[in-house]
Design a protein around this ligand. Structure first.
Ligand SMILES: Cc1ncc(COP(=O)(O)O)c(C=O)c1O
Length: 392
């Protein structure tokens, strides 16, 4: 058991700092309504997590650094082989836009085809440890597919609410794995209202984005892996498609923890958030210097995973962008579409629309002199293009 220990210590509010008992179930802070994070005894964990020790581990999933993951009992750490996704150098695209060290982290190679596998693996595992086995969640689609998969694997039940225009293939993916799918008129915010209503009525456990403290821990593993894959020296720039923002904030949390663990120094990559022009609340708030992002009205984009009008973790996303001297940028749907097709031909990788937004953004950022030719730049390809309908 010693070798499998977690140093999970408490739950803390990211806004007001209130502490909560880790042995109880929490959603958001009961004082200020903001996002809760798990915290670890990093001083103790440090003794188990030297670079040398990590190097010889044979676990290549989100439990690789189980010391700083929130599930105490190893028997509840389920896995479908998520994580440890490859870093691929983009020679052709790099040459085209004059970036010498351009890479992707290919999250499309996760079990459900997107980075959402990581968060739902962590959340379902932790819930199982609490004895929970019926879940509810609003989703733009990909998170719903991941919940369906992990719930099925755990022998649990998942109820998923998605907007009616969620890509057909993703709807099928959810149902195929036994998820109870409800189509909702409107956007993810409308799906969220319906999921909450039904969840409260039926006593289902909600794993809605950042409304339980554990999904973010799964996303954190992208940052842990990135550091190890780059030999503990983080790249200069990370470009990420942002909806609810757990990808960005999860990695930011990973960097802070790794610094305390002595695995990395105080340098951070510039964090770049990419949103579609038709729904860019984070970009607007960043430009206005706001602490929070006002909900975006009449949101529209075919990249439904980043068509998120309001994010509960807005202040965390904005903080990571600002502290890292990063930026936020919007791209048009036509640019996203063009990037999907041209990137597939150029690099042999089919990506989903959300991921293609980072490709379109990279070209723009170079033109705007935000990126330098010699910088090490990593795009997060958050999902594969294989669930992309062929009529786009
Ligand atoms: C493929 C893909 N990329 C990016 C995102 C946005 O992720 P986040 O909500 O963590 O910002 C989503 C969300 O649904 C997604 O499905």
């Amino acid at each position: 058991m010693k070798d499998n220990k977690s140093f999970f210590e408490s739950i803390v509010c990211t806004y007001c700092g209130k502490e909560f008992d880790k042995n109880q179930i929490h959603d958001v802070c009961d004082s200020c309504g903001k996002v809760l994070y798990p915290q670890y005894n990093l001083e103790e964990a440090k003794e188990h997590l030297s670079k040398q020790e990590i190097r010889f581990r044979r676990v290549y999933n989100i439990w690789r650094l189980h010391e700083i993951m929130p599930v105490n009992n190893p028997k509840y750490r389920i896995s479908l082989g998520e994580g440890w996704t490859p870093i691929v150098k983009l020679n052709n695209f790099g040459k085209k836009i004059n970036l010498k060290s351009l890479y992707i982290k290919d999250e499309g190679q996760n079990p459900t085809g997107t980075f959402k596998s990581r968060g739902l693996c962590a959340a379902v595992s932790k819930a199982l440890e609490f004895g929970i086995n019926e879940f509810v969640m609003p989703s733009a689609g990909n998170a719903g597919a991941a919940l369906s998969a992990y719930a099925a694997h755990a022998g649990a039940k998942a109820h998923i609410f998605v907007p009616k225009d969620t890509p057909n293939l993703i709807q099928k993916e959810i149902s195929y794995m036994g998820g109870d799918l409800t189509l909702v008129e409107g956007l993810i915010s409308d799906a969220g209202r319906e999921a909450k209503e039904e969840g409260d009525k039926n006593g289902w456990f909600s794993v809605s984005t950042l409304k339980e403290p554990y999904r973010v821990e799964g996303k954190k593993t992208m940052g842990l892996e990135l550091a190890e894959q780059f030999d503990w020296k983080l790249p200069d720039v990370i470009i990420y498609p942002t909806g609810g923002g757990t990808g960005i904030v999860g990695m930011w949390k990973a960097f802070e923890e790794m610094e305390v663990l002595g695995l990395i120094g105080s340098e951070r990559p510039k964090m770049v958030s990419v949103q579609p022009s038709g729904c860019q609340p984070i970009v607007r708030a960043f430009k206005n210097g706001d602490e929070f992002a006002k909900p975006w009205e009449n949101a529209h984009s075919f990249a439904s995973g980043i068509r998120v009008p309001g994010a509960i973790g807005d202040y965390l996303i904005l903080n990571a962008i600002r502290e890292s001297h990063g930026t936020a940028i919007a791209v048009d749907d036509s640019e996203i579409k063009e990037a999907m097709y041209s990137f597939a031909k150029m690099e042999g990788i089919m990506v989903c629309p959300e991921a293609a937004a980072t490709i379109a953004a990279t070209e723009k950022l170079y033109q705007q002199d935000f990126l330098d030719s010699d910088e090490e730049v990593v795009l997060f390809i958050t999902g594969s293009g294989l669930t992309t309908p062929n009529d786009w």
